[in-house]
Design a protein around this ligand. Structure first.
Ligand code: ZN
Length: 1215
């Protein structure tokens, strides 16, 4: 067994001391030590604090004479020690981790620990255990080596050979600080391989003879008995060892003194108990593991000292500083803004420690910024003032926020802050400044190779060989590179570096890159370039290196080796994949949108494998996501899978662009086979799902549905759109025609490759039609159905379900199953339609749908009832609002310029009418000509809220009219705001906007309005609006999805906005499963600023399309009206679910009554009860969210949303 750092060390030490066997071979039995209960026994917790890992291993004996021997092995930060038994205190041997040069996995469960002179072989009992040992050793070694300068090994106070009673010959003894080390030889001491060491805090020394003396410890029955060469030498030894005891005891005192401040008894970084180290210039007390990472930062950043060993450092002043500041207060500066996800615990991995400590002190990422940050003169003079006082924390804050400790005080006598402090008898201030005279200040912009954040020591990988290489470039390689453009290079991957040389004889590389700087490896398809096999290597410094070879094996092993060299061990499963692209990307997901982290990704076919954290891995099937949007400009890829969202952020343009293209291609439908389509979660191609949903919504009453042909050009266009990206295409009532869609669906099936829907089994299906016995026939169909691949099966069922529903309404659409079968038989079986066998098969499937597909009849019945309800709702809307035209219109009041009786006009608003059309129609009606450079637009105005906003020209005003009730009305006006917005946006290159605004949240739930307008810093980009405490904050206080926001000009005066240029922002989104409506207010300092913000929102929400390019008039030319589709459903989309319900109820009471009957068994959407009469599933918060989901791209898609909403409801289409 092996243990990671023990939480509660076992304490059977004293007991074991009594049964302790001799550690060294010996026969001395007389000279036993009587342990008195009051012996200098100390709890050894402190020592265990340095243990990284321990457990049983087998160790290969030195010359192999004894083979493998069982040893209890304990890895401490500074030493790897092995014991005969797990309870022993004195080891058989130890190796200083500082002298370990390599740790290698060898053989199955063995690993070697290599020092300069010796190799130790250990064997674990499993591969996993071996790996954890190797990793732990790597970490220890890596943590120690980077800077090389700082060694925890104290220098020797006294050393030499001594006769050791009971041991064959002499031992080399070293007294250093508070320990006594035993080595076999002096050479062993030099190379860091010894027998054991004694912590002198438990030691006792006494002379026993002229030349001999004993060192006793409570853990041993017998003392260590030494014989010196002379009495004089013995005296020197005894003095040195007593010195070590003093050191051990007095050092304990430093620690005890420091820990007297309670917060110092916990590591400032990870919280581990009894930390024995300190970063003296940073004023934090840390544990040994964190101290290791501090050392890694280098002494110019962190000066690490031991509380126990470096006794000379701990002056009275320094101790006082640590007592006065203390970890807790120090962290109010250093760790003011630590996101919970980044915080360390005592059990954190060394990789996490490394990144956290680097973030905290090297970058100062979590600092509490001094108010004067960035103002050098002010900082300097504040420092000069402050050092005359006793406020040490302020000095710390000033220094690490940029105040110059060497600045001029403008005083001749005391020309530096140090002198000034001394002159004012502030010796602690002077000490603190003195410690930081050469400190490297935190730099947030530390990035690139020196940023170890993403990097945890990978296993050692080495690989050599010739490759062909082109010159590195800083852009994607689109063109084919001929063989002549490649040069032969000797390449070598070693010691965490990838280098290429002129030849295998060259000693100096032509170029070299640390593995940690490689961010991505992409494998090109064969024959993309002159060499058959090529791969691209992307570096942190945004360079792309192209390598090629003709040998597939060499190519593969290079790709794997390079990938292995930069992938952290926990993401290594990715290496076993046959990836096209592998690398790291910044990402964040639903649980933590504030902070992004580094994830490791590999793309294989249409699957993206992601390792987001140790133990957190997942596969994202790019063709099955509910959303895949690639926003190159914002450098974000958004992946939505079953409601969970993963954002991938572009950190470096070059490799991110590569990922974008690869993911985009991978997420598209592939060949014309069913399985390579973009699929829904139910395995149905998105194209089929969209078409069926649309027909269910809009086409079930359409006469001759599926028989009539659509307009060829439109069908071709739809087909093309679906092929390009089916997921992004939203079929809209009013925009798409029923017959176009129905024909697109037929075309989809007809064009399928690989035998289409029935695969190669077509003939079996067709021959089944001939079976006379009905039962036999059905069972044959069932068998055939089971033989279909899952996607084919799901698709067939979805389609037949749909056709079954269509023929249920044949009274209206005139399409009985026979008629449908005539159409679909040849289409699905891809036959010429000469004979009816294909049709008969489809007719069988429709007729015997419930039996062949073993459908739950209750469920089918419910689905049909819901469809009836939809039809009835549509019908009732048509009759309730009769119109002269078949489309069905509403008569609405619209005002010209302002709300007065004279300006009033009534206008018919068909559901499909856009704001631009309304505007144009209204102006025509009022006989107002539209001139060039006029920005007539339709505005939604609310007197109650004192807000207004221009509708987007493509937005449909009708739902607004219904949802706003008496609160709002429509005004058509030629408003300057619109003109100024268009002008502002015309010059704006970037969609995003940032700046300070006065912010006020909506009053809380109790109606208490305690908040006032406060300054906040906002950043708007195409995906979100983020709010920060101030410009320097790293993580946003709040974040809103940009497209869920509805922004209005104006703020209620009652709220006392600081200026009259304000915006009211409404955000509706799902929160804890419920629709949540928030309202807040943003106030600007000038009209210009307000216009700019408003325009930015407007632009973001409409994807930059804010004003019709050809002008208002052109935007209103409606296409040929489809008379069947003039109507729209009337569920308004704003307001709560309640409002929606009421609003719907108001329109069609009879239709709603139907649903009461139809929906007895469905699960309730929540909060109903007061006679909700829509099916719960239609109006619950669930549905509301759907609306939010699909309407994200544009407000004007409201109507489409309704359709989409319905089509999303599985209850209707019934998959
Ligand atoms: Zn710690």
């Amino acid at each position: 067994m092996s243990l990671q750092v023990p939480a509660a060390p076992s304490k059977p030490r004293l007991l074991s001391a009594c049964s302790d066997e001799e550690l060294l071979d010996g026969d001395d039995s007389e000279d036993t030590l009587r342990l008195s209960p009051s012996a200098t026994v100390k709890d050894d917790d402190s020592e265990l604090g340095t243990v990284v890992m321990m457990g049983w291993l087998e160790k290969y004996s030195p010359q192999g004479v004894l083979g493998f021997q069982k040893r209890w092995v304990r890895l401490e930060v500074d030493y790897l020690r092995y014991f005969e038994k797990d309870k022993e205190v004195d080891s058989k041997g130890f190796i200083c981790t500082a002298s370990i040069t390599h740790v290698n996995s060898v053989g199955d469960v063995k690993f070697e620990v290599v020092t300069n002179n010796r190799t130790f072989v250990f064997r674990a009992d499993s591969e996993a255990r071996k790996n954890s040992w190797v990793m732990a050793l790597h970490d220890c070694v890596a943590g120690r080596h980077p800077q090389g300068t700082v060694s925890a090994l104290p220098t020797a106070d006294h050393q030499g050979y001594l006769d050791f009673r009971g041991f064959k010959g002499k031992v080399y003894v070293v007294v250093a600080a508070d320990k006594v080390f035993l080595y076999k030889t002096q050479e062993d001491q030099r190379i860091g391989v010894g027998i054991t060491y004694i912590n002198m805090n438990v030691g006792n020394v006494k002379e026993t003879d002229q030349r001999s003396f004993d060192l006793t410890t409570p853990y041993r029955l017998r003392p260590f008995s030494f014989v010196a060469e002379s009495e004089q030498q013995r005296e020197q030894w005894v003095e040195a060892m007593r010195g070590a005891i003093d050191a051990a005891l007095s050092n304990c005192d430093v620690a005890e003194q420091i820990w007297a401040e309670p917060s110092n008894s916990r590591c400032a970084d990870c919280g581990a108990a009894k930390p024995e180290w300190a970063a003296i210039n940073l004023c934090v007390v840390v544990c040994s593991q964190c101290a290791g990472e501090h050392r890694g930062l280098g002494p110019s950043i962190s000066k690490v000292r031991s509380l126990k060993m470096d006794k000379k450092v701990w002056t009275e002043e320094l101790i006082q500083i640590f007592l006065l500041i203390g970890n807790e207060r120090a962290n109010t500066f250093w760790a003011q803004n630590v996101p919970p996800s980044e915080a360390l615990s005592a059990a954190s991995s060394s990789a996490d420690r490394r990144s956290f400590i680097s973030n905290k002190y090297r970058q100062g990422k979590y600092r509490n910024y001094h108010p004067l940050f960035g103002h050098q003169r002010e900082l300097d003079s504040a420092l000069c003032m402050n050092v005359q006082s006793s406020d040490l924390l302020e000095t710390l804050s000033l220094i690490f926020c940029g105040a110059d400790v060497h600045c001029s005080t403008q005083m001749a006598t005391w020309d530096s802050p140090l002198a000034l402090a001394a002159a004012h008898s502030q010796s602690l201030q002077a000490e603190l400044i003195g410690l930081n005279l050469n400190t490297e200040l935190p730099r947030l912009d530390v990035g690139g190779a020196s940023d170890p954040v993403h990097y945890s020591a990978p296993p050692c990988v080495s690989h050599n060989g010739f490759l062909f290489k082109t010159a590195s470039v800083s852009r994607a390689v689109a063109e084919r590179k001929a063989r002549e453009e490649f040069t032969r290079r000797w390449c070598s991957l070693n010691d965490g570096c990838f280098s290429y040389y002129e030849s295998d004889k060259s000693s100096a590389p032509n170029g070299t890159m640390k593995s940690s700087e490689i961010v991505c490896v992409a494998v090109n398809p064969p024959d993309k370039h002159g060499y058959e096999h090529t791969f691209e290597l992307y570096s942190e410094s945004k360079r792309l290196y192209l390598f090629g070879t003709d040998e597939a094996d060499s190519h593969r092993s290079w790709v794997k080796s390079i990938a292995k060299s930069f992938i952290p061990p926990w993401a290594e499963p990715l290496l076993s994949l046959d990836f096209e692209r592998i690398g790291r990307l910044k990402c964040k997901d639903g649980l933590n949108l504030q902070t992004s982290r580094v994830g490791w990704f590999a793309l294989v076919g249409s699957t993206l494998h992601a390792h987001l954290a140790p133990g957190q891995q997942e596969e994202l099937h790019l063709r099955r996501l509910s959303e895949l949007s690639i926003q190159r400009d914002n450098e974000v890829i958004v992946l939505v899978k079953k409601g969970r969202t993963l954002y991938i952020e572009g950190e470096r343009k070059l490799d991110f662009a590569g990922w974008c293209s690869a993911i985009e291609v991978a997420g598209r439908s592939g060949e014309d086979t069913l399985t390579e389509q973009q699929l829904t979660e139910d395995d149905v191609p998105v194209t089929v799902h969209s078409c069926i949903s649309y027909i269910t919504q809009c086409g079930l009453t359409s006469e001759g549905i599926y028989r009539k042909s659509g307009v060829n050009s439109r069908v071709a266009a739809l087909d093309e759109r679906f092929r390009r990206d089916a997921r992004s295409l939203c079929l809209r009532d009013g925009e798409n025609q029923v017959d176009d869609v129905s024909n697109t669906l037929k075309r989809f099936f007809r064009d399928l490759k690989d035998g289409g829907l029935f695969t190669q089994d077509k003939t079996f299906w067709l021959s089944t039609t001939g079976i006379q016995d009905e039962g036999q026939k059905i069972s044959q169909y069932r068998q055939l159905l089971c033989r279909l691949p899952p996607v084919h099966k799901a698709t067939l069922q979805a389609l037949i379900h749909h056709l079954h529903c269509v023929q249920c309404f044949s009274e209206r659409n005139q399409m009985q199953s026979h008629a449908l079968a005539i159409v679909f038989g040849p289409t699905l079986f891809q036959t010429d339609g000469q004979d009816y066998s294909a049709g008969r098969a489809i007719e069988d499937l429709i007729e015997h749908y419930t039996h062949i597909f073993q459908v739950d009849e209750q469920r089918l019945k419910r689905d049909l009832e819901e469809i009836k309800y939809i039809i009835k709702l549509r019908d009732s809307l048509n009759t309730k609002f009769p119109a002269s035209e078949p489309g069905g219109h509403f008569l609405c009041t619209v005002y010209l310029n302002e709300k007065t009786d004279e300006a009033e006009g009534s206008i018919k608003i068909p559901g499909a009418m856009t704001a631009a059309e309304l505007c144009s129609a209204f102006l025509n009606h009022k006989l107002i000509p539209v001139k060039e450079e006029e920005f007539w637009s339709c505005w939604e105005v609310s007197d109650k809220e004192e807000t207004e906003r221009p509708l987007h020209y493509r937005e449909r005003p009708l739902p607004l009219v219904h949802s706003s009730g008496t609160n709002a009305y429509l005004i058509v006006k030629n408003h300057l705001v619109m003109r100024d917005m268009v002008r502002y946006l015309a010059d704006k290159k970037d969609v995003s906007k940032s700046g300070s605004l006065s912010f006020k949240p909506e009053r809380n739930i109790l109606g208490l309005d305690l908040s006032s307008f406060d300054d906040r810093y906002f950043i708007l980009n195409s995906s979100s609006l983020r709010m920060f405490k101030d410009v320097l904050s790293n993580s946003p206080e709040r974040e809103w999805p940009a497209k869920n926001l509805q922004v209005y000009l104006g703020i209620k005066k009652r709220l006392h906005p600081p200026t009259c240029w304000g915006l009211t922002v409404v955000c509706e989104r799902k929160k804890h499963g419920r629709a949540d409506r928030q309202q807040c207010y943003l106030c600007c300092t000038s009209r210009t600023e307000m216009i700019e913000w408003f325009a930015s929102f407007y632009s973001v929400q409409n994807d930059g399309d804010v004003w019709p390019k050809e002008g208002l008039q052109r935007a209103v030319c409606p296409g040929p009206a489809d008379l069947r589709l003039g109507n729209v459903s009337l569920i308004p989309l704003r307001g709560s679910a309640n409002e929606m319900r009421n609003s719907v109820a108001a329109f069609s009471p009879e239709a709603l009554a139907v649903s009461e009957v139809t929906n007895p068994g469905s699960q309730s959407g929540g909060q109903e009860g007061d006679g909700a009469r829509l099916p719960a599933r239609l109006i619950g918060s669930e549905m509301f969210t759907r609306v939010q989901d699909v309407s994200t791209s544009c407000r004007s898609e409201h109507l489409c949303s309704i359709i989409q909403l319905w089509s999303h409801l599985d209850v209707i289409v019934g998959f």
